[in-house]
Design a protein. Structure first.
Length: 318
């Protein structure tokens, strides 16, 4: 979702603090080295002088002079590295160790929001919404297998009880979240009301967020209302297409029309083409979804998504 000016500033402050901290620690380490490594300060100064001469010659277009300077520069660098090594240091110690190696904590990488910015955006939006509280209650550590029937064996589950089946699903998605993005894939949870579809989405969201993955959660109704708002305002929200994982809950409960069908198909395509994960839950079967959307939407879902059917009684009834 789009950030307000205050939210954007809050993220920039976090990134600025990270960048300042990394660069301050690097300067402190450099001072320590200058104080403790004999001859290092003189070598550093000589390297600066030679490098400045090379820059001047480059501006003058004097390729011969630049070529003549290169061996001296290389020799000084080698001597600096040797001096550091003798005292137990390495060149790596003098570099700023940014939290994000891609953007160096600027939040921008290759002209776009960096993945670290997207992660912070997701965390902030969750924190400032009711989802933060919900994820504290609904996560893998709060998964209660004992709530599910362990007597009747169902043919749909491969002759397993609902409890045994749900344990397999829980373990699979816990491993999925722990190994993301090595484990990637798009999924659709299907099943009746109260069978655990939304709970699974919350579990996955919590586990991924804790691992630094950018996650966005929407109910279907909320997503399409948001798309309508963006259309009225004539703007786009890149976070919906750029977030690593998009969780869409209760697909089919929204008011459906040609706009929602078209926008949903575009969203499916965008995320599939950009290899971004999308996990959906719905109470509807594919016949119902085909009537709500279109053959091409359902065809796309069936070809690119793994179906995870859930069974059992409505857990909300206690």
């Amino acid at each position: 979702m789009a950030l307000s000016a205050v939210q954007f500033h809050e993220i920039q402050e976090i990134l600025s603090d990270r960048r300042f901290s990394a660069e301050r620690e690097a300067l402190e380490k450099e001072k320590e080295v200058l104080d403790n490594v004999p001859g290092y300060a003189a070598l550093d100064e000589e390297l600066r002088r030679l490098s400045l001469s090379a820059i001047v010659k480059a501006q003058e277009g004097d390729a011969r002079a630049i070529a003549a300077l290169r061996p001296s520069i290389r020799k000084i660098r080698d001597r600096k590295e040797e001096a550091l090594k003798r005292m137990g240091y390495a060149l790596f110690d003098l570099e700023p160790h940014y939290t994000c190696s891609l953007c160096k904590d600027t939040g921008v990488y290759e002209g776009r929001k960096c993945q670290c910015f997207m992660k912070l955006q997701g965390e902030l939006l969750y924190k400032q919404s009711k989802m933060g509280e919900i994820l504290e209650r609904e996560n893998f550590s709060r998964f209660q297998l004992e709530r599910f029937d362990n007597l009747e064996r169902l043919s749909q589950t491969g002759n397993k009880t609902v409890r045994e089946y749900m344990k397999e699903i829980r373990d699979y998605f816990y491993a999925y979240a722990m190994n993301y993005p090595e484990n990637k894939g798009n999924f659709i949870f299907t099943g009746g009301t109260g069978t655990g579809k939304t709970f699974f989405l919350h579990c996955i969201a919590k586990a991924l967020l804790e691992r630094g993955v950018s996650v966005l959660y929407f109910t279907a109704d909320g997503l399409f209302q948001y798309f309508s708002k963006l259309m009225r305002e004539g703007v786009e929200d890149e976070y919906i297409t750029e977030a690593d994982v998009l969780l869409l809950d209760d697909l089919g409960t929204e008011f459906s029309n040609s706009f929602t069908a078209s926008r949903f198909f575009n969203l499916l395509n965008q995320r599939i083409l950009s290899r971004k994960t999308m996990i959906i839950s719905t109470n509807l079967n594919f016949k119902d979804l085909r009537e709500l959307y279109s053959d091409r939407v359902v065809s796309r879902m069936m070809s690119d998504y793994e179906i995870i059917p859930l069974y059992g009684r409505d857990q909300r009834l206690g």
